[in-house]
Write a protein that binds this ligand. Sequence first.
Ligand code: MD6
Ligand code: FE
Length: 222
Amino acid sequence: MKKSLSITPDLFAGDLSAPWVETIVDDAVVLRHFALEKEEALLAAIAGIAERVPFRNMRTPGGHTMSVAMTCCGEWGWVTDTSGYRYQASDPSSGRTWPEMPEIFRALAVAAATEAGYPGFEPDACLINRYQPGAKMGLHQDKDENDFAQPIVSVSLGVPATFQLGGARRRDRPVNTTLISGDVVVWGRSARLNYHGVLRLKPGQHLLTGDLRYNLTFRRAR
Ligand code: MD6
Ligand code: FE
């Protein structure tokens, strides 16, 4: 019998880069690849913001220096020092207002929130996290915002990381999810106050960021 070696055309008929949605826990989803086409432009915008407000390793109220370096843009910036966690309209280290939120950031956050079932999300704060190999973020709740009906939109760029999403109590066992560059997490409603964190960043390489991971979290602070 004659056997022809041919590639099945159907295998390549679908759009392999189209985003898809995965549920982590109730009311928390990952929009896989949602920001993939915007990676370069988002990273360029991060570089522009960091020129004005350099990444810095802030102190926690407990006196520890965070391994994750941070900067902010938008009306409100999230800061921490020995007097506590809070949103501020200006950068404590320069006294200047934060850089404006780039339109490409705002549009991405609004589109992701809409896709996840939160039309009308209008972020007024964007926290930018930078992870070097070995950096991590311990389990915490995001509870410095005024309105917990508003979701949080979180964009991962660069080296992959393991994201942990627990429940409303610190002791609730977290679900681990690998987030790669271009993935967007949206959560709200019953998950809004869930504990979450990021495991120690493993050494890795990404074409655009080298050994670094960046994360943008968009919130409605006020
Ligand atoms: C990070 N993210 O992924 C840290 N918080 O680097 C967060 O702390 C976070 O991803 C609230 C909602 C989504 C998040
Ligand atoms: Fe958080």
